[in-house]
Design a protein. Structure first.
Length: 88
């Protein structure tokens, strides 16, 4: 009986620890959700992504041109435009 009680206490402590750390990770990740809703409509790389996404959709291609940009912001804008152009 004593062994089962120790085991239960450890399992409970582990569950509480995971619950606390999971809440912390979720709260820390919250600011990144706002990046997804940015307005890239006037960004040249966004517009390029939209054009290429539409072309790939029309020709039934799967992201045929893998573009890589030096700036993280340009990469995000291109990918957002590409997804918009594909209709996703």
């Amino acid at each position: 009986m004593r062994m089962n009680l120790r085991h239960s206490v450890w399992v409970l402590a582990l569950a509480v620890g995971i619950g606390i750390s999971g809440g912390t990770v979720q709260a820390a990740g919250a600011p990144f959700v706002q990046d997804h809703d940015q307005d890239y409509s006037k960004n040249k790389t966004y517009q390029q992504g939209v054009r290429e996404g539409k072309a790939d959709q029309a020709h039934n291609r799967d992201h045929s041109k893998k573009r890589h940009f030096k700036k993280d912001e340009d990469q995000k804008a291109y990918e957002a435009g590409y997804q918009r152009g594909r209709g996703n």
